[in-house]
Design a protein around this ligand. Structure first.
Ligand code: SAH
Length: 406
């Protein structure tokens, strides 16, 4: 129509009828964005993709299972013509032009009266980038703006969340990229960060200079004294009106004593929020190429703390019962007691030939996998000088991942 740039507008489509003509892959990309803004989405198409069908099944959109008819435009505020038939798209956009309904064309944007921007939402702001028909460029500009809002390089300090309280943030297995977006945001909004040794430390380097960093590794030793001190610090700072992040490796509730902190906060009337993390017993084998379940091989996986040896009076794990299962056993904090654990599992009935993989420093540059069997585990750990942190995966899934080693 012209070389003029588009006029951007924030359409408020909640409850308003939006017609999507076509049910293919372009429609599949647009429809969730329309649902997210509350539009009353109607898809007209003889066939739709399984993903769109799922949205119909869950009642989020209405599907008219037939070709487009002119009357479909009745009551529509906005139309997206995305069939793979140019004649149909032409027909729809011509009718829209006559009726002054804005219409997006996927096949030839110049023939439409509206363009779909690359959309992002962050810090309460909607970012929409309309490129000159170069969607990759728009998307990458959008990504940069969203990332800037997220990490505070764009204006975010003024919009920081200032509500006091404690947020338990799971940092994932170690690689700083594996924290969640919510976790990263909470870190950036924190006044105080209480961090463990296994928390992804590189992320701490990005904290603003005025953030108080409490390093748990430097607190008094002894597990209960240390935990009491952590509870005291997080509660005290929150009561001073600060935003406290309790930052740990993996997930705070998987051998992380996170719930003791929740209890301490509750007792003091401090609000607690939980942001889960990728937990190492699943993700560390995963990045090493070992699935914890596999169809026809393991229909369960059990995650066990190996910090106490089998038979220890305080040990809660029943190794006899564990040995009776068929599935995968994942042992954490188990390097020291691995020989005793292997013996207990063999005594309980697991074969000495059962494959074992020990994954050390998962997701870090120093990651390595040591292969063994239950029978050879003790020797292999010594030969390879395995040090914590390591995840020990015991079961046939290891053979699935390493068929040539067994
Ligand atoms: N809350 C953590 C686990 C804490 S217990 C989580 O959800 O992952 C500490 C144990 O976790 C270590 O002894 C080790 O067995 C395991 N672990 C954590 N991170 C690891 C990593 N990157 N590589 C290997 N093992 C890891």
């Amino acid at each position: 129509m012209s070389d003029f740039p588009p006029y951007p507008s924030g359409l408020r489509l909640a409850g308003r009828r939006v017609l999507v003509v076509g049910g293919g892959h372009v429609a599949q990309r647009r429809v969730p964005q329309l649902i997210a803004v509350g539009a009353d989405v109607h898809v007209v198409a003889p066939d739709v993709t399984p993903a769109i069908e799922g949205l119909v099944g869950s009642g989020e959109i209405t599907w008219h299972e037939r070709p487009f008819g002119d009357a479909d435009l009745d009551g529509a505020w906005y139309v997206i013509a995305v069939t793979d038939d140019r004649a149909v798209n032409d027909h729809v956009s011509t009718l829209c032009e006559e009726q002054r309904i804005f219409c997006v064309r996927s096949d030839d944007a110049t023939l439409g009266t509206a363009w779909t921007p690359a959309i992002g939402r962050e810090a309460g702001i909607t970012v929409a980038v309309v490129g000159n028909r170069d969607p990759r460029r728009s998307a990458s500009v959008r990504d940069e703006i969203v990332a800037g809002l997220r990490d505070g390089t764009i204006a975010a300090p003024h919009h920081r969340d200032r509500t006091p309280g404690v947020t338990l943030v799971g940092g994932g297995p170690g690689n700083p990229e594996l924290i969640s977006i919510a976790g990263r945001k909470a870190l950036m909004d924190a006044d105080v960060v209480v961090a463990d040794r296994l928390a992804p430390r590189e992320l701490l380097g990005e904290l603003p200079a005025d953030v108080e960093l409490v390093d748990v590794a430097k607190l008094p030793r002894g597990r209960s004294a240390q935990q009491e001190e952590i509870n005291r610090v997080i509660v005290e700072r929150a009561l001073e009106g600060k935003r406290v992040v309790r930052f740990k490796g993996g997930d705070n509730f998987v051998f992380g004593r996170g719930y003791e902190e929740v209890i301490a906060c509750r007792a003091a009337g401090v609000p607690v929020t939980v942001i889960p993390g990728l937990t190492s017993p699943v993700t560390v084998p995963g990045v090493a190429g070992i699935p914890v379940t596999h169809r026809g091989v393991a229909h369960e996986f059990a995650v066990v703390s190996g910090h106490l040896p089998p038979g220890h009076p305080e040990a809660l794990t029943d190794y006899k019962a564990l040995a009776q299962l068929n599935g995968t056993v994942v042992v954490m904090m188990g390097v020291e007691n691995a020989p005793a654990i292997a013996t207990a599992l063999i005594e309980g009935g697991r074969p000495a030939s059962l494959p074992v993989a020990v994954v050390c420093d998962g997701t870090m540059p120093t990651q390595r996998t040591v292969l063994a069997t239950l029978g050879t585990l003790a020797d292999r750990l010594a030969e390879e000088s395995v040090k914590p942190p390591a995840i020990i995966v015991i079961g046939e899934v290891v053979r699935v991942a390493h068929p040539d080693a067994y």
